[in-house]
Each structure stands twice: as C-alpha cells, then as structure tokens.
Design a binder for this molecule. Structure first.
Ligand SMILES: [Zn+2]
Length: 283
C-alpha cells in the first residue's frame, strides 16, 4: 500500500498577487493529489463590491482557476465559495451592517447556485472574524453564518467555517445555530483547527487541522477524525507569513516515514474523511 491520495483541505491560489499555478505545481510535485480551493477576497480579485451580484465574478474566477489548475497539473481541484468574515467586516465599514448583511447573504445565495450546479464542492469560508470587532458587526457575522448553515442544510453540502479559536462559547453558539437550521454537524468543517481536535469532535464537527508536524502528531495521539490543511494564502506581499503549498504532502510523508502515521490512517484522513464530509468520492 502506498499514499495514493494526499488532500489539502484549505488552500488559496492567487494568480494576481501570488505564485498562482506554480504553487499548485509545487503541491503536486511534493506529492499532493487533491486540493480544496477556497476563493480569495474581493480586494485580491480587484473587484469593488457594491451589490451581491459582484461576487459572481469572484466565484466564477475561482471555478475557472480550479479548472485551469486541474488541466495543467492533473490535480483534483474542488472549489469552495463563500464570503470570508473579513469581507463582511469590510462591507460593514463601507455600507453599514444592514446593507452589508443584505449584500453578503445575497452573495451566499449566489454561492449556493455554484454548489447546486456542481461547479463548487462546498460553501466557505464563512463564519466570524478571529479578531475583535464592534458588537453589531459580530452580530451581522452570526446572522450571515446562520444563513449560510441554513443554505448548506438545504443543499446537503458541507461548509468550511472560519471563526475565532475554538472555545466553549464558540461551540455553544454553533450548537444553537445547528439546532436552528437543522444542519448535520458532520457537514461543518472547522477550518484552522489546532491539535486539540477532541473539543471540535465532541460537537460532531469535523476539524481541519493546520498542518505543522507538531499539530498533526499531537492530533494523531487522539484519533484520525480530522482533515489536514495548509491555509496557504499565495500572497507575495506576505512571504513566509504562512505555510507553503508543499506543507500537507511533506508533513504527511514525513509522519509516515517516521512511523507516526500508518498508511491506513493516512488514507482515512486524506480520503475517507474527505469523502464522508463532502459527500462525494475522490477520483
Ligand atoms: Zn482561508
């Protein structure tokens, strides 16, 4: 048995401000086979948002970028589309919370069309800012998140969450939203999770662990119920600020070579957990 599938559950590729295709090639060369490509924000696309419909170009651009990467590299690329919490904060500053919420919920509805038609694999990243904001902006973030959970429930699709660090308060809030919307918690992926996966798993939510060797080794001590991600942002203006595109394949191989991760468990993380969470089979 060998490592047939290596999946990075959360990557951004930015041809305008980063390496673009070259980053995907590096991922592939390191052993990656499958990536979840999360859309970058309007400012990265050079799009000035004044209405929900302006997000269409961003989602289309992400889907087209994914198709180009797949054609050029042979990678399996799954676009994930949504409104980043920082995008909502930015819209609130420009338009006020009421209009910002109108625009962003409309954008999530547009994103849902991409998932429904099969162009995108899931919704995300959606949630609430990981830094302090005014109470009304936080409230708007929660409303947008609950709307997105509702949409995901109706579509039966998964949703990647971007939130503050895991805490009891966060999971209590999420549990209420899960109850209100009826979404199955196992369709919710907590992006940027730390090694304490038990806290997320306890709520039935799938952790996507930021893949330093230490984080993954620590998470493995508990169990294999998690996904791996680099959260690569592909931005030349922030070199070295984040993990590189080779991170997930490199760390996976290293942990297999050192006997920390068995091939069976690697297959569970990179293939079975992905298929179960997203509800489709990997090629
Ligand atoms: Zn991200």
């Amino acid at each position: 048995m060998k490592l047939e599938t290596i999946t990075d559950n959360h990557m951004h590729i930015d041809p305008a401000n980063g390496m673009g295709l070259e980053a995907a090639k590096r991922f592939k060369r390191a052993g990656g086979t499958c990536m979840f490509l999360v859309n970058k924000m309007s400012k990265d696309w050079g799009v000035t948002v004044t209405k929900a419909g302006d997000f269409t170009a961003i989602f289309e651009g992400t889907v087209e970028l994914g198709q180009m990467i797949a054609e050029e590299t042979g990678l399996a690329v799954f676009p994930v589309v949504g409104v980043h919490p920082a995008e909502l904060v930015y819209l609130c500053a420009r338009f006020g919370t009421v209009r910002a919420l109108e625009i962003s919920t409309g954008a999530v509805d547009i994103a849902s069309g991409f998932v429904e038609s099969g162009l995108a694999a899931a919704l995300g990243e959606i949630g609430r800012p990981h830094y302090p904001v005014e109470p009304d902006v936080f409230e708007a973030s929660n409303k947008l998140l609950e709307h997105a959970l509702c949409v995901a429930k109706d579509l039966g699709c998964a949703i990647q969450l971007h939130t503050e660090s895991a805490s009891e308060k966060l999971f209590d809030d999420l549990s209420k939203m899960v109850k209100n919307t009826g979404i199955k918690p196992d369709k919710i992926v907590k992006h940027f999770s730390g090694p304490d996966t038990a806290m997320v798993q306890k709520r039935g939510i799938m952790p996507s662990v930021l893949s330093s060797t230490e984080n993954i080794a620590a998470a493995l001590k508990h169990n294999t119920g998690f996904l791996m991600e680099s959260d690569y942002i592909d931005d030349n203006r922030r070199p070295g600020a984040v993990m590189g595109p080779k991170t997930v394949p490199r760390v996976t191989k290293k942990l297999v070579e050192t006997g920390v991760l068995s091939l069976e468990d690697a297959a569970r993380i990179h293939c079975d957990n992905i298929e179960k969470t997203y509800g489709f089979e990997l090629p």
